[in-house]
Unconditional design. Structure first.
Length: 405
């Protein structure tokens, strides 16, 4: 009887053994990708964290994050591969933001990769009244890969690059100098505190998430095995649209919910792309690219939009006169309940651009500058000066400036 039972169970035992060996190899590959020694698999704090997350993510937390990010995960992997980053650094983004482009920290870090304003700008991300490109899926990922590549070049190991991403290169350098080594187990010493506690937990969290993400039996057991393959079947595309274009209009053309398009373009602070650039990139689902190419036609922008920051002395009437629009339109456009404004309040101003056959002259108002007028009509200051024969930037209130020849 025992012999029969063993024979019946043998296939299951063999499968379990193969699964264990397969997962063990994958675990070693994960550690190798971070330049971490295999002995780290026995790190008690990391394993405790991994099991806690395994239990937590059985309640769909892990899978919800992966599920919501399925559309742009292939893009992240592709950009990292192009720059030579290990695919496992995908889980650094998960650790930073849980794959949420809305993520914002108390320290003012934002986006998928949680860039601080200074670092974001240092790596070419625009942060202004119209956009915060730390939330741009593609631009922020390219910036993150550049930063991580720089950190890897500086410290020589990927786990050090990940730690430096969290606590800063200077702080890590001091820790390594104090420790006399860059060995991970030494740097993680809780008593010596060579690096901050947050960073000691941070690298463990990334590794724990990567180990979970590579555990095929765990994914299949939770009936989420499709995540292993689905991420390869979906992606996003980047298209250029003219200044002032609205996401709501593009969504309508693509026959998709506006909220889905907004989710891919969290870097835009408003429904429209910046009015001061001739064209600007937005992201759409790859499966909608053909439809976009067939159906999208840039409309002649009857209106463009700018953001006005309220300063001392401003009121709706004055602002309306400044931009040549009825104050009631400003009030309605911004859903204002009263005429009262507060300092530094931001107002979206729809600007009616005159045709080339009308309003050929602009009358200078109080507060105007050549730069503000040039921006209003999408001219350079040099063009505006040439049209009006100006040799300096001084203009007087009431003067008429030629806009169109």
């Amino acid at each position: 009887m025992k012999r029969i039972l063993i024979l019946l169970l043998l296939p299951f035992i063999a499968y379990a053994t193969l699964t264990f060996e397969s997962n063990y190899k994958k675990e070693l590959e994960v550690l190798h990708s971070f330049d971490i020694d295999a002995s780290f698999l026995h790190d008690p704090v990391m394993n405790q964290m991994k099991e806690a997350k395994r239990s937590k993510y059985q309640h769909k937390h892990f899978f919800q994050a992966m599920d919501e990010a399925y559309l742009f995960i292939p893009m992240i992997k592709s950009i990292m591969a192009d720059k030579g980053l290990p695919a496992e650094f995908l889980f650094l983004a998960m650790a930073e933001s849980n794959f949420s482009t809305r993520a914002y920290s108390k320290k003012k870090a934002a986006g998928l990769w949680q860039f601080m304003p200074y670092t974001g700008k240092l790596y070419g991300l625009k942060i202004n009244d119209y956009v915060d490109e730390r939330r741009d899926l593609i631009k922020s990922t390219k910036a993150a890969t550049k930063y991580l590549s720089y950190l890897h070049k500086r410290f020589g190991k990927w786990y050090l690059a990940a730690i430096a991403y969290n606590c800063g290169g200077g702080r890590l350098s001091k820790g390594i100098k104090r420790a006399g080594t860059d060995d991970l187990t030494v740097l993680l010493d809780p008593d010596k505190k060579y690096i901050p506690r947050e960073s000691r937990l941070y690298i463990r969290k990334i590794v724990a998430l990567a180990l979970l993400g590579s555990d095929e039996s765990f994914l299949i057991e939770q009936e989420y095995g499709f995540l292993l393959n689905r991420a390869n079947a979906y992606s996003i595309s980047t298209v250029k649209v003219p200044r002032g274009e609205q996401l709501s209009r593009v969504a309508k053309i693509l026959h998709m919910p506006k909220k889905d398009l907004v989710k891919l373009n969290r870097h835009l602070k408003y429904d429209f792309v910046p009015p001061h650039d001739s064209y600007y990139d937005i992201h759409i689902p790859y499966i909608k690219l053909s439809e976009f190419k067939q159906n999208y036609k840039p409309r002649k922008m009857e209106q463009i939009y700018i953001v006005h920051t309220v300063t001392a002395g401003d009121n709706l009437s004055y602002i309306g006169k400044k931009y040549g629009i009825r104050y009631r339109a400003i009030k309605d456009f911004n859903n204002l309940k009263s005429d009262r404004l507060s300092l530094k309040q931001k107002l979206i101003i729809p600007i009616v651009k005159p045709s080339k056959n009308d309003n050929k002259a602009y009358v200078v108002k109080q507060g105007d500058t050549l730069e503000s007028i040039a921006n209003l009509y999408k001219l350079s200051v040099k063009e505006l000066k040439n049209k009006n024969g100006l040799t300096s930037s001084l203009i007087r209130i009431g003067a008429k400036l030629t806009i169109y020849d």
